[in-house]
Ligand binder design. Structure first.
Ligand code: MLT
Ligand code: ZN
Length: 453
């Protein structure tokens, strides 16, 4: 039970219009995007500056109140859910955005949407290197907190690779800020790297200094139909090696394609189903169509190819891949198991997953897709109760047994806490605990996430 005086003081910090107490409004902040995880909260706070965040963290420490941090609330591992009745702290009002065209960098508030950052970078002649299907809702703060990956990791790296500096309020109440954007700056521990991927358990990120990348204005998209997952992974590797302009290579399979077609009404891209599909994008200064065609001609195991000749068709081809998330959610509340597997084991993993799931959940439906060049397979399972996690365990153990990780890019959140030990040794977990105690000694930040539970 939170002391009413807590909310009175919160009002004096952020203003009455930014302390939400209406139960119906607050309820909207307590369920994750997939609908699998939910909690409850006595209220939502919406700070508008780093100083206000610092005052709120101090207030939480005094009152023994914990915060559940939220950006665009697009977490796919329950990372924004107030599972234990935490007060929600929404950071969407931190929307300052400034592009420094000279250095090719941006300073972005935690609440800036990725799409807005991408557009601002483009207007200045640059691009932002991270892109993901939830770009219209996902925020800078959330993507830094989870070290989001997405569809361009093979070209530009993950969010951590873009991060030059942060401003953040630690759980201790201290504000740390290192936003000069120096590309070379070897002056000790790299706090941005530590906070990136810490899922809001160490500090509240309020601003990030991000590197921008060169724009590649000419783009071509193709959909390849391949014999099977083995051929698809071989092809993805060959494309990485041989196609300098490669900017995305995404994997999916016939059941997912059929589901997406049913959801979107898109036509079948090919006359018959195939064992695996690769969505391939190349982008460069000059039209990369010839280069892409030559690279595709040299691949083995390709059965059919559809090339987009205009932007509309390119958008359609992308939709076959990106609409997987919404089509699966429409089918039923999914178990979203976002794993990474060494490249040499992906095809084996893909072949074995349906049987492993069927053994523990006979009525389940398995949907597989992912980022072929990153070894990142999204295993989605519908037709199983949200709380029944036997299949989660089976899939994580399979991935881990093949040398993989229980989270490639979605983070641990609350969904995977039970299996963190499959990816991290006792010694590593002890270091995590020591860092958490040092930076958030009272446990006021995201106590249910990552290490909690
Ligand atoms: C994607 O790759 O589309 C995203 O990670 C979302 C998802 O896994 O559903
Ligand atoms: Zn993904």
């Amino acid at each position: 039970m939170v002391d009413p005086a807590f909310f009175d003081e919160a009002v004096s910090i952020v203003g009455p219009e930014h302390v939400l107490r209406d139960a119906d409004v607050v309820a909207g902040y307590t369920v994750d995007w997939t609908g699998r995880f939910s909690g409850s909260s006595p209220g939502v706070l919406r700070p508008g500056s780093t100083e206000q965040v610092a005052a709120l963290v101090e207030l939480c420490r005094r009152h023994g109140v914990a915060l559940a941090l939220q950006g665009g609330a697009t977490s796919l591992s329950g990372g924004t859910v107030p599972l234990e009745g935490e007060v929600v702290c929404s950071l969407v009002r931190l929307w300052d955005l400034e592009v420094d065209a000279l250095s090719g960098q941006a300073s972005a508030g935690a609440g800036v949407r990725i799409e807005a950052l991408q557009s601002a970078a483009e207007r200045a002649g640059w691009a932002y290197g991270v892109d993901l299907a939830s770009r219209a809702s996902a925020t800078v703060g959330g993507t830094v907190a989870t070290n989001a990956g997405g569809i361009r990791v093979l070209r530009h790296g993950d969010t951590r690779a873009q991060l030059l500096g942060v401003s953040a309020v630690l759980g201790s109440g201290e504000t740390v800020s290192h936003m000069s954007g120096l590309v070379k700056d070897n002056t000790g521990y790299h706090l941005p790297s530590l906070l990136c991927g810490s899922e809001g358990t160490l500090g509240v990120l309020t601003e990030a200094r991000l590197r921008l990348v060169r724009r590649s204005p000419e783009r071509v998209v193709a959909l390849l139909a391949l014999r099977d997952a083995h051929a698809a992974i071989e092809a993805a590797s060959d494309l990485r090696r041989g196609l300098a302009s490669l900017s995305a290579v995404e994997l999916f399979f016939a059941p997912g394609l059929a589901l997406v077609r049913g959801h979107t009404g898109l036509p079948d891209p090919f006359e018959r189903p195939h064992g695996a599909y690769l969505l391939v994008e190349a982008s460069a200064d000059d039209d990369p169509t010839t280069e892409l065609s030559e690279a595709v001609d040299a691949l083995g195991g390709v059965e059919e190819v559809a090339v987009a000749l205009d932007a509309t068709r390119a958008g359609e081809l992308w939709r076959y891949r990106e609409a997987h998330t919404e089509a699966i959610n429409r089918r039923g509340t999914p178990h979203k198991l976002d794993v990474a597997v060494p490249m040499g084991a992906i095809a084996q993993f893909v072949d074995r997953v349906p049987g492993v799931v069927r053994d523990v959940a006979p009525g389940a439906e398995v949907w597989l897709f992912g980022h072929a060049a990153d070894g990142n397979v999204h295993v989605n399972v519908t037709g199983v109760a949200p709380e029944d996690d036997a299949l989660d365990a089976a899939v994580f153990e399979l991935a881990s047994g093949l040398g993989g990780s229980v989270s490639a890019e979605h983070g641990i959140g609350i969904a995977k806490r039970k299996w963190l030990h499959l990816s991290r040794s006792p010694a590593e977990l002890a270091v995590f605990g020591a860092i958490k105690s040092a930076l958030d000694p009272d446990g006021v930040l995201n106590p249910s996430v990552l290490l909690g539970g």
